[in-house]
Design a protein around this ligand. Structure first.
Ligand code: GLA
Length: 412
């Protein structure tokens, strides 16, 4: 992106740059051969890794994600017909078209186009668009799918921004992130907003990105409990130990504690996915959330104060985060644990699962001078021992640094 010129935009809206990258030119050529005319603009939204702060965004706490350079890029031409035509440079993702007036999202089939439709529908509904424009869109994605790097949220965000621009509307990045978080729920994903916020709000070279100003009011969050009690995170950890017991809670016990019926628990508190869960590890989950939230604050403090042993301290926090995810939140899996061990063995100062977990990926902090040997050794120890992993190796193992958030590109 070197040398790209910026056009003037309000600082809180998505920046617009002139088309200068060879990748955009290539996409334009494919677009023209597909649709017979040139795209009018391009939109990109990046994937992310989360440095620390796992499964606490939806509890109301700050997290520390960063955007990566891998992204979703879409070339767009608004069309007179009220039809959206979607194509993908990867031929394994089939073409799709639908009327803009009748957006139906099939939750049972998480095909790629349904994520686009989430972003589209979110913007349409936000503005109550009666006469939305049709569009021809060609997508090019470089985020490895199903890898825990948030390719689906990047696609929803990209589609939201595409629809916004095609319909001549404007929103701040925070509003866009908010809408895209809500609209991803059309496909059944109940995320906490981290992925969409970082996709829009990331700043290149910044380590630190904080979720703020998003509307979480329909959630009963552990953060609300802390605020209400007016105590520190450390005090909350003591309270958890005093008030909750480590043995799993049955639904009956929870109903008794809350003074509600099973029906009320099911309809007012449990989500669709947890309706049939019969035991709940409240103690462990709360311990994870409050300790992880404290680790995020500590991480931020170390970055700010930069003591001589900062890197060691940050690494230690990442390692503690992984242990808490594994033991308390139980969102790791044997493969992630193995990968973390291998990364630590070959020179990572800190290593942890990142993103939702239960698969996905790990993030490691590695000194630059050890990077090449680190990558070589991890490849050998993890990927080259298994045929399935070997097939993934090429785009699954990479070095990255904080990238920038979503952008719109236009021709000069
Ligand atoms: C998913 C969600 C995020 C966040 C992470 C876990 O990526 O979309 O909002 O909750 O899991 O930290």
């Amino acid at each position: 992106m070197a040398g790209a010129a910026m056009t003037a935009e309000a600082p809180d809206t998505v920046p617009v740059q002139l088309v200068e990258q060879p990748r955009l030119q290539k996409l334009k050529e494919i677009f023209m051969s597909k649709f017979g005319s040139a795209p009018k603009f391009y939109v990109r939204a990046p994937g992310r890794v989360n440095l620390i702060g796992e499964h606490i965004d939806y509890c109301g706490y700050s997290v520390l994600p960063m955007a990566i350079e891998q992204d979703i890029l879409i070339a767009v031409e608004p069309a007179k017909s009220q039809v959206v035509q979607l194509a993908n440079t990867n031929s394994s993702y089939l073409d799709f078209s639908t009327s803009v007036n009748n957006i139906e999202i099939n939750k049972t089939k998480p095909q790629w186009h349904n994520y686009f439709l989430c972003g589209l529908k979110g913007i349409q509904e936000h503005f109550g668009l009666n006469n939305p424009t049709g569009m021809n869109c060609l997508l090019d994605g470089t985020i490895p799918p199903s890898s825990g790097l948030s390719s689906s949220s990047a696609l929803v965000c990209c589609a939201g921004l595409v629809t916004l621009r095609a319909n001549g509307k404007n929103l701040s990045k925070v509003e866009l992130a908010e809408i895209c978080t809500k609209s991803e729920r059309y496909i059944g994903t109940e995320g906490g907003g981290m992925d969409q916020a970082i996709s829009f709000l990331a700043e290149e070279g910044t380590l630190l990105s904080k979720l703020k100003g998003l509307d979480w009011k329909n959630m009963l969050r552990l953060h609300d409990v802390q605020t209400k009690l007016g105590v520190s995170l450390e005090e909350m950890l003591t309270i958890v130990e005093e008030v909750l017991h480590p043995e799993p809670y049955s639904t009956e016990e929870i109903c008794k504690c809350l003074g509600i019926s099973l029906e009320e628990l099911r309809s007012q508190i449990l989500t669709q996915n947890t309706q049939d869960v019969s035991t709940f590890k409240l103690y462990q989950r709360a311990k994870h959330v409050y300790s992880e939230a404290a680790r995020v604050l500590e991480f931020k403090k170390i970055c700010k104060e930069a003591p001589a042993n900062a890197v060691q301290l940050l690494g230690e926090l990442m390692n503690q985060s992984h242990i808490s995810c594994r033991e308390m939140y139980e969102c790791s899996c044997p493969e992630l644990d193995r990968l973390v061990d291998i990364c630590l063995q070959f020179g990572a100062i800190g290593s942890r699962l990142t993103g939702a977990g239960w698969g996905g990926c790990t993030v490691s902090m590695v000194p630059t001078d050890k990077l090449n040997t680190f990558l070589k050794n991890v490849k050998k120890a993890y990927y080259q021992t298994n045929v399935q992993r070997l097939a993934l190796e090429n785009n699954s193992l990479f070095a990255t640094k904080p990238g920038r958030g979503a952008l719109v590109f236009i021709e000069a």
